[in-house]
Design a protein around this ligand. Sequence first.
Ligand SMILES: C[S@@+](CC[C@H](N)C(=O)[O-])C[C@H]1O[C@@H](n2cnc3c(N)ncnc32)[C@H](O)[C@@H]1O
Length: 355
Amino acid sequence: MRELTRIFRRYSRNFPTSGSPFYGALAERLADALEAGSELGGLFAPWADFDVAALMDDNTVLRFYGALHDLALSGDEPAFTESFPTRSRPVGDPPAAWVELQRVLVEHHDRLAAFMSHEPQTNEVRRSACLLGGFLTVAQETKQPLRVFEMGASAGLNQFWDRFHYDFGDGGAWGNPASPVRIRSDWRGAAAPFEAPLQVIERAACDRRPVRLADPLERRRLMAYLWPGQFERFDVIGPAIDAARTWGAEVEVADAPAWVAATAAPMPGAATVVYHSIFWHYMPPQSQAAARVAIEAHGAAATPDAPFAWLGMESDPTERYQTKLRLRLWPGGDERTLATVSGHGAWTEWRAALT
Ligand SMILES: C[S@@+](CC[C@H](N)C(=O)[O-])C[C@H]1O[C@@H](n2cnc3c(N)ncnc32)[C@H](O)[C@@H]1O
């Protein structure tokens, strides 16, 4: 448990600066408890042999917090729920939460352990604000309507990126002002081609394990991975879930490389766009290679009348894990970095030169 103690100490410093002082305060108490010999109800037994790197890779701590938040959101333990942050008390009540936590760890062991057996799975709607400039670039340069195919779509909320309204502050605005999904995100640097004529004529999405929005428990699971107190994320995901259910979100159960090979070939009269956000590194290297082969084969088949684009918003390990928006557009297919963006979609720093 020494490794886990170190990780909780690390999180106790990181959570407050990245948006959840409440989780930070609990992390400090959890580290103290581990140091004093507690096994936290045995919930971490499946990770007992993991070193620090493996614990981080497996998102062990985020699984744990997700399980706690899910219990709080369920309302099944009212005193525990009441200790969490609210809009009128954004820091929550960590001392009360700690008292409750020690009890629920034991009384709800099986339920929490079952939740933790699932890998964390979010669907961050504000990432659409970062992807938007890429779609507009394809529309402007090809002058074609778009067919859009999302790999690793989770609940599929971002497949409706063209129906949201975006407020970019000083960077302007884009989209339907009457949209139920309203996204606030900062725009820095040069302007994107916001005036490009845009029409989406086909949309599809896949995930190896889609979040089913029709299931209330899966909807709650999606919310549970948000951090309490991050109200700007809750404000977006709730309306996006409701809208996606109205608009008929569909996410196929599929492994992305095979799916993209089978579904996303270029087609005359439209620009076909394969896109993804914070997904690529979830695939093992052989799947990444297979996806690349499929995408490049579609690119090689593209013509001026049937262009093909690959748009990715991913963290770049070669650039200190900054998140980049990159585009390849065929015929041609040269890679360009369109923007540096925030991983959760809070801002986009658009590059002036597009090549
Ligand atoms: C971090 S989530 C990102 C979800 C969404 N793109 C977003 O930005 O909110 C990564 C998603 O990729 C999915 N995934 C990972 N490997 C996959 C694969 N080989 N095929 C399809 N989906 C995959 C996971 O199930 C998960 O839903």
